[in-house]
Design a binder for this molecule. Sequence first.
Ligand SMILES: [Ca+2]
Length: 478
Amino acid sequence: MKNRFTWWWLAAWWIAPLAGAAAPARQPNILHIHADDHRADGLQALGNPVLKTPNLDTLVERGLTFTRCYTQGSMVGAVCLPSRTMLLTGRSWLRLETPAQAKASGYARAASYLPKVLGAAGYETWHMGKSGNEFGPAIQAFHTNLVDDARGIAEGPDSRSGAGRRLADAAIDFLKRRPADRPFYMYLAPPVPHDPRLAEPEFSKLYQPERIPLPAAFLPVHPWDNGEMTVRDEQLAPWPRTPENTRRQIADYYACISALDHHLGRIFAQLKAAGEFERTIIIFTGDNGLSLGEHGLFGKQNLYEFGGMHVPLVLVGPGIPQGRSQALVYLMDLYPTFCELAGAAIPPPVEGKSLLPVIQGREPKVREALYTAYRDCQRAVRDDRWKLIRYPLVDKTQLFDLTADPHELANLAEQPGHAATLARMTRLLEQEMARYGDTAPLKTAQPKPAEWKPPVPGGKTAPKAKTKTKAKASQAGS
Ligand SMILES: [Ca+2]
């Protein structure tokens, strides 16, 4: 475990505002940028030389990057939904309430929703993002809740092309008008770079598809049925996947990221103009990852490292050291981290772990292993070196040595000499599942055939038309 920190404490007032402690003399502002489907490698400064992200790169250069941050799991194709709910409630994916359950309980847990807790600690809470795929009761707990997405505002061929600009305009307006006597928690949730990927033309011009490198793990088709082969996101590319289509989609994705980066730069400039930049902790992250041709996949309904659950996480601001951490962390760890930054007590239902011990250099990690899950068809666990992915429905297992094979190209599960590691990682997976109350079986009495053939357009195996309700949820994006 390496944590290379260059310590620069800007103010003694900030040190160690532990849970339950009195609020610091001056609480920092918290600007929390939560992008939609933003991959963990979606910044130039995080090892992607093709991408142009000058503003986000400054965060990496000044702040602390967690290179192993994940959303924990999803019971639906819209991975976004449980991800954002875990973030705002601090609870594991298997212990979340639906809005209907929250209402039926008389909103018994409402006092523990993140905006409520930060509001009670003296923060002005402000949110802007897309409608849907959020946990409504927690979103409604913000002092200000603005909606902006492709369906909300008619503009051009698809209003997502201007989403970053509108978001920045509203955020800048808030920064100019906000109450000056208290800190703010701003939860910015742009609906990009989620598809449809329509950036403003000046950003699309930055990327020529023929110059985009293919992913290291590019495959025309996933080698077996992972349980979610024709979900909405997987239908965004033809089968078999082609290098040309893959490069085109990556170019469009990058253009949306550069557009977002540009508009975030405008917000950072306003923070500086208002004299608040040095008082503000900026967090950049996203709700879930995305495959873009790796392993024959295009969605976030998988557990590969360059896939569905791995997200970027960068923190910068007063009291945050510069460097990189390889600690295994969940997005829901941000909840208690924000509480401690704000000097607020962490409510009992919260299962995330504060990252402050890592940020302050007191501990190198907050957990030994990290588990991820998708519906009943995929389970995974990783430690500092090894990664196990289990597909119970088709009785398939993958074992990867992430140190030697970060792109998960060589499956060692059935290779000689790895039986002990396979057994150890299987036990580890069982332990982590038990920790979070995950009772899904890792073995099936009668597994389905693993072989999978791409659907023939218009043929018997073509994806079935969705029901109206499912289609609506699907189109809402995730
Ligand atoms: Ca998403």
